[in-house]
Write a protein that binds this ligand. Structure first.
Ligand SMILES: NC(=O)c1ccc[n+]([C@@H]2O[C@H](COP(=O)([O-])OP(=O)(O)OC[C@H]3O[C@@H](n4cnc5c(N)ncnc54)[C@H](OP(=O)(O)O)[C@@H]3O)[C@@H](O)[C@H]2O)c1
Length: 258
């Protein structure tokens, strides 16, 4: 059984998930990188991790599928024998932005299945395993971190299904923080703002302009590493009495200003 703590990062192959994986590896976590289909990106991230003196396993799995979610747990159990930290990061934007008066049920179901149902039931599955582990190893710390978005509370009527999915992640965080406290498992929401990844590459010019005009008090794009650092602060255990807390990683976007 691995002596080092183990972190599962969904969507850990690229973008924000990769930023998180690299920071957790620096902290000494063995890493399980889940991805949907881009094996090349997952292997490239994996190759960067041994230089940090930890081990890394990759697992293709669609988090919206029950069977695939079980495969993430089985791979982690078979490879490392433990899971100390789950980071629910994988998520998608709608395939096409569409006005809420026109948008389809098909897109709603796709986005909600991946962004909310997937993490909701992966958390259920991993939390039950963490409860078992806590009974056997009471001195170990177990944590769950959900990556939501400023879209949890910011209206974008051209991608309503995405906003609804992220608002759901906020409530999911509260529910699991409440339910798992008695087992010593803490749960957090990390809420990124505008972060430079493939997801935002299609709207780069729009956000370049908005940021330059002062949309965020800190006038720059966020980087995956910014989110990785916030996750690392939680993973180090410095916030363990703050279960249920929301960490805004948004350059101050959430501030109300006059
Ligand atoms: N970028 C932003 O500005 C921003 C802001 C706020 C919140 N977020 C949130 O942060 C998270 C990461 O976003 P990102 O910008 O890093 O996205 P990204 O660059 O598009 O990367 C998405 C990651 O999720 C994986 N993924 C997608 N669908 C999946 C599925 N069904 N099952 C398993 N893995 C899946 C992808 O795997 P493949 O590589 O195989 O496709 C990839 O690793 C998302 O939850 C997103 O909503 C992003």
């Amino acid at each position: 059984m691995a002596e080092k703590p183990v972190a599962i990062i969904t969507g850990g192959s690229r973008g924000i998930g990769k930023g998180i994986a690299l920071k957790l590896a620096e902290l000494g976590y063995n890493i399980v990188i889940n991805y949907a289909s881009n094996k090349e990106a997952a292997e490239e991230t994996k190759q960067q991790i041994p230089s940090l003196s930890v081990e890394c396993a990759t697992q293709q799995a669609d988090i919206s599928s029950n069977r695939d979610r079980q495969s993430i747990k089985e791979l982690t159990r078979d490879t490392f024998g433990r899971c100390d930290l789950l980071v629910n990061n994988a998520g998608v934007a709608p395939l096409a932005r569409a006005d809420i008066l026109e948008a389809t049920e098909e897109s709603f179901e796709r986005v909600l299945n991946i962004n909310l149902k997937g993490p909701y039931f992966l958390t259920q599955s991993i939390a039950n395993w963490m409860i078992e582990q806590k009974k056997r190893f009471p001195d170990r710390a177990f944590r769950i971190i959900n990556i939501s978005s400023i879209s949890a509370y910011t209206s974008s009527p051209s991608r309503g299904e995405y906003c609804v999915s992220k608002a759901g992640i906020s409530m999911m965080t509260a529910l699991y923080a409440d339910r798992l406290a008695e087992y010593g498992i803490v749960v957090f929401e990390v809420r990124p703002g505008i972060i430079a990844t493939d997801m935002t590459s299609t709207v780069k010019e729009k956000y370049d302009k908005l940021i330059a005009e002062g949309l965020t008090p800190i006038k720059r794009w966020g980087e995956p590493e910014d989110v990785g650092k916030a996750v690392a602060a939680i993973a180090e255990g410095r916030l363990d009495f703050c279960t249920g807390q929301i960490i805004n990683v948004d350059g101050g976007f959430h501030l109300k200003r006059l």
